[in-house]
Every structure is written in structure tokens, then in C-alpha cells.
Write a protein that binds this ligand. Sequence first.
Ligand SMILES: *[C@@H]1O[C@H](CO)[C@@H](O)[C@H](O)[C@H]1NC(C)=O
Ligand SMILES: *[C@@H]1O[C@H](CO)[C@@H](O)[C@H](O)[C@H]1NC(C)=O
Ligand SMILES: *[C@@H]1O[C@H](CO)[C@@H](O)[C@H](O)[C@H]1NC(C)=O
Ligand SMILES: *[C@@H]1O[C@H](CO)[C@@H](O)[C@H](O)[C@H]1NC(C)=O
Ligand SMILES: *[C@@H]1O[C@H](CO)[C@@H](O)[C@H](O)[C@H]1NC(C)=O
Length: 420
Amino acid sequence: MSSSSLIIIHFFILSLSLFSLSSVSPSSQPHPFILPIRKDPSTNLFYTSLGIGTPRTDFNLVIDLGGENLWYDCDAHYNSSSYTPIQCGSKQCPEIGCTGCNGPFKPGCTNNTCPSPALNSLAKFIFGGGLGQDFIFISQNKVSGLLSSCIDTDSFPSFTGNDSALNGLPKNTKGIVGLSRSNLSLPKQLALKNNLPHKFSLCLPSSNKQGFTNLLVRSDEFSKFVQTTPLFVNPFSTGPVSVKGVSSNEYFIDVKAIKIDGHVLNLKPSLLSIDKKGNGGTKISTITPFTELHTSVYKPFIRDFLKKASDRKVKRVSSVAPFEACFDSTSIRNSLPRIDLVLQKGAQWTIHETNLVVNVKKNVACLGIVDGGTESRMSFTKPSIVLGGHQLVDNLLVFDLSSSKLSFSSSLLVHNASCS
Ligand SMILES: *[C@@H]1O[C@H](CO)[C@@H](O)[C@H](O)[C@H]1NC(C)=O
Ligand SMILES: *[C@@H]1O[C@H](CO)[C@@H](O)[C@H](O)[C@H]1NC(C)=O
Ligand SMILES: *[C@@H]1O[C@H](CO)[C@@H](O)[C@H](O)[C@H]1NC(C)=O
Ligand SMILES: *[C@@H]1O[C@H](CO)[C@@H](O)[C@H](O)[C@H]1NC(C)=O
Ligand SMILES: *[C@@H]1O[C@H](CO)[C@@H](O)[C@H](O)[C@H]1NC(C)=O
């Protein structure tokens, strides 16, 4: 009797001490990798803030869902003592070639360094930086061993002020965090490092609010409200460099049809699918502020939309660039035609009115979907639809690369929730 009660007491003490151990040292369990997201009102782009290096320096970086890597401006004033350049030809170096520098050693000025581009689809040129390793601070995690690209913009002479690697980005930002399929994207690196599936969530905020991206989603915590649809790989590059046989790292979904007020827009189905050269398809992009439709899709779309709006007695007013369909906002309260994207297996992405309308000035609201033209500026291929930032606001998206699925909520506002 006594010995068995001793065992029980002993077990009780042991489990108590285990409990207190785990409650005093929560750091043994890594924190979630959540980054806050804010919207820049002048560019309508989204950015986050994270820390890099020693001493820790905080950088505001633009969120680019299709971005290849994390790159930041390690300008003339920046020097981190924990920065390690990656050598040319090493296992970690995916590129051929080598970069060097004549100045004193600092991030952005090192010899025998693996080249790594600082890609910005809003810039005029492709800028080359160096691949390096440094501490990166995400939520309360100090992570080592992540690769990023640093580029000293002060070392590139500017001719017009429009030829910087930072061109077109919000004034307070200093680079880009890429979330693409690439091996160098932040979610992919974190997934590999933690031996977890490559899966992340993205929730873009409306102005003045804060959204988030969780770079490493561990479970299915988002099953409420969401539908899923397959993610597709475009077998052709969609970036500024086209290499034969190298597929796109961006995220495509298969939009089969567009519905306006429940009626399927009359389009040749081939206009929406990816063709033999990599043109077409529907890409999701956070670096495109407003959804862009290829001209051959836009023309019938806007004609039908305006017709349905007029049937609903919404009062049209003069266009305000870049938007064509603008209305007297007092006449549109909850009565704009509804738009649904029809996906595979009956899934449907409804674009809620707050994601359609852009308030451009007093009493004028425009449909935030624009004519994307027939050619891309920084790519050899052109999608049919680029689903842009304004249409993604307050929509929870979960990109699961291990099962190649996108889960999406449509507007959370319908459920009295938001990305904030
Ligand atoms: C940067 O810091 C390193 C030491 O961490 C030092 O050796 C180097 O000279 C510094 N470079 C510049 C340009 O100040
Ligand atoms: C790189 O090598 C050149 C030539 O050997 C040298 O002049 C320069 O100081 C080196 N730069 C750095 C950052 O070590
Ligand atoms: C930059 O480009 C914009 C649009 O292309 C143009 O209006 C502006 O004048 C340019 N700025 C400079 C400094 O060249
Ligand atoms: C990405 O990494 C995997 C494994 O680490 C490797 O097999 C693959 O070739 C890499 N892809 C590219 C495009 O470098
Ligand atoms: C959302 O909130 C409003 C007001 O707080 C309430 O009337 C409505 O029923 C709620 N809707 C849902 C779906 O919970």
C-alpha cells in the first residue's frame, strides 16, 4: 500500500515539475512566425516589418506573393557584424557567376559572393545583389541560417531617379519579402528549416488597419468559412528572365468562368486558361493593386458590368483614371452587380462589394478592376486575370504547397470578421 502511494506521489510531483518547467520556459516551443501587414495609402501596396542583423535593424519590406526571395537595401550606412556572404559555387548558391566589390567589407560589398537578384516588377531594370546569411527576427523568433539578398543602392548611380531597385515601392520601405514557390522565399526556407510542410496564410488589411501573414501554418486552424481550389504551376516563367524549361514560381488558380449577377460572362474558355506559351491563366498578386484583366477579357466584362449596373439604376459618372466604371456613390449602396469567379468543382470566389469599390473622391466610387492591356511590362507572358491586392483585402488565404491547394474565405466581413 505505502509503496504504491509513494509512487503516486512521486508521479504527481514529477508531472507538477514537468508542468512548471514547460510553463516557465515557453521559448523551447518556437513562437508562430507571424508578420504584421500594413497598407501604404499612396501606392496601395502592402508591407511588413522585420528585423535583420547585429545590431538588429528593422526594415519595412513590401509583401510580394510572387517574389523570389527576401531582399533589402543594405545602403552605405548599414553594417551588420553578423552578416556572412555566401561564396560563389557553394552548395547554397543557386546561381552561376560571382560578384565582388572594391570598397571596405560590409553587407553589399564583399568579394567572391554568390549573386542574387533584387527583383522588383515596378523597377525598370533587374538589379544584382549578393546572397548572404544573417539573423532575421520574425515575431519573437531570432532565426539564423536564412538566406537573403542585400543590395547597396548607394553604390548604383541613379540617372533619372526612376532607375532605383526601390522604384515604385512605398517611400518608407527598403526591399521586398517574396512568398513565392522559390526555394529562397521566406515561407519555403522556414518550412525546410523546421521540417514542416510548405504552408502559409495571408490576410491583407484595409487602410489604417493591420493584417498578417503566418509564414509557417502548422495545422488546419482555418477550416471555418473556407473553400479550397487547386494551385497550378505555370510551366513557363512569368518573371523578367525567361529560362527554357524553368517554370513560374508564382501562384495560379483555374478560374473557369466569371459571373456577373449570376450570369456567366460569354467568353471563349481558352481566353481564361494557360496556353502553350504560358500566356493566360489567373495569377494572384499582391504587387498589383487592382485586378487586371487582359483586354480581350476586360472588354466584354466591362460592357456586361455597366449594362447590369444600369439595369440596377446605379448612376454612372465620368471615369477617374485608371478606372473606367465610376458611379455616384450615393446610388450604389449594396446594389452593384455581384461578381463571382467560378473555380473547379463548383467552388466560387465571390468578390464582395467592399473589394469591388474604390472610393476615389467625394460621392464617386469606381469599380476597382482595370484593363490590363495585351502585353506584360516585365515578363514574356501575360495572364488573363491578375487578381490584385484590393480584391484580396479582408480575405483569408492559405497557400498549401504540399497539397497544392489554396484555401480562401471570400470576404471575412460577411462573417463579421476581418484581417485585423
Ligand atoms: C563593417 O563591420 C566590420 C566588422 O563587423 C568591419 O570589419 C568593417 O570594416 C565594417 N565596414 C565598414 C564599411 O564600416
Ligand atoms: C576584393 O578584392 C579586391 C582585389 O583583390 C580588393 O582590392 C578589395 O579590397 C576586396 N574587397 C573586399 C570587400 O574585401
Ligand atoms: C519617373 O517616371 C514617371 C512616369 O514614368 C515620370 O512622370 C517622372 O517624370 C519620372 N521621374 C524622373 C525623375 O525621371
Ligand atoms: C530547390 O531545393 C530542392 C531541395 O533542396 C532541390 O532539389 C531543387 O533543385 C531546388 N530548386 C531549384 C530551382 O533550385
Ligand atoms: C454581425 O454583426 C451585426 C451587428 O453587430 C449583427 O446584427 C449580425 O447579425 C452579425 N452577423 C453575423 C453573421 O454574425
